[in-house]
Design a protein. Structure first.
Length: 268
């Protein structure tokens, strides 16, 4: 089990509607200069910068000198292959033509979404209202828990038998748990229910403080024996600490509303 940070109170997904994201394009409108030419096709600085960004995964990223050498070689090879005579023939094949067309529309869709997000207005009142709404939806309790993760139900049952007989949970976790928290005695720290997979959450919520699960709990990770050490009221993050994240969420909601409006007025 892995703990999420305080942003759980303001949601975990800032991306809207699948492939359309909030990424802002970092290119400028300065005149592009030709960097190299392959088979009479000029490749300018905007293409090079776009390739660097796509490979480095960060808008505006610039490679190190070593990376630049590698990436420039890759880009030259891309143009070398794509400017062969056979490329024109292949581009007319229906399946490849459809993929090229789809990629073009994906890029344009992202650009239109980014333009909308860059220009949409969000008021302080809207940010505050979204914060208050998410605080209302936050789970009321947090739990301090430990667990022992094993591969089989039989192993978990054996551990429960040992615990019922007075064995120390922390020591058993250090000895038997296969999870990353094992060396720390199975300590998971303080968890909110929305940080845990459903079977784990249900089991922890059903326990009393200081008690362990009477039956093994199965998740995709394996079989768990869980100790609920303590519980407390949830403490949401301060408004100021999550203002920027909430602002992005409000922007995303407005983008979704805008797309829904476009859907309703678009002819089939």
């Amino acid at each position: 089990m892995q703990s999420k940070n305080g942003s759980r109170y303001v949601g975990t997904h800032l991306a809207a509607l699948g492939l359309i994201t909030a990424t802002f394009f970092s290119g400028s409108f300065a005149r592009a200069e030709t960097i190299f030419t392959v088979n009479s096709t000029a490749v300018d600085s905007t293409v090079v910068d776009a390739y660097f960004e796509s490979r480095l995964g960060q808008p505006g990223s610039q490679p190190t000198p070593e990376q630049r050498t590698t990436l420039m070689a890759e880009l030259r090879d891309i143009y070398l292959l794509s400017t062969q005579d056979v490329a024109d023939e292949l581009a007319r094949e229906p399946q490849l033509a459809a993929r090229i067309e789809l990629q073009k529309h994906r890029v344009l869709a992202r650009a239109v979404a980014a333009d909308f997000l860059a220009n949409v207005s969000v008021s302080a009142e809207e940010i505050r209202a979204e914060y208050e709404e998410q605080i209302k939806l936050a789970p009321p309790l947090q739990f301090k828990a430990r667990h022992i993760l094993v591969a089989t139900q039989g192993e978990a049952i054996d551990l429960i038998t040992q615990l019922d007989g007075g064995a120390n949970f922390e020591e058993l976790a250090k000895e038997k748990s296969t999870g990353p928290s094992g060396p720390n005695g199975g300590d998971l720290g303080w968890l909110s229910p929305d940080q845990m997979v459903a079977p784990f959450t249900t089991a922890v919520a059903a326990l009393e403080d200081g008690s362990h699960t009477p039956e093994p709990v199965q998740t995709n990770f394996g079989w768990h024996v869980i100790l609920r050490e303590d519980s407390r009221e949830s403490q949401p993050p301060t408004f100021e600490s999550v203002r920027d994240v909430i602002n992005q969420q409000v922007q995303q909601k407005k983008l979704q509303t805008h797309i829904a409006s476009l859907r309703s007025t678009t002819e089939e």
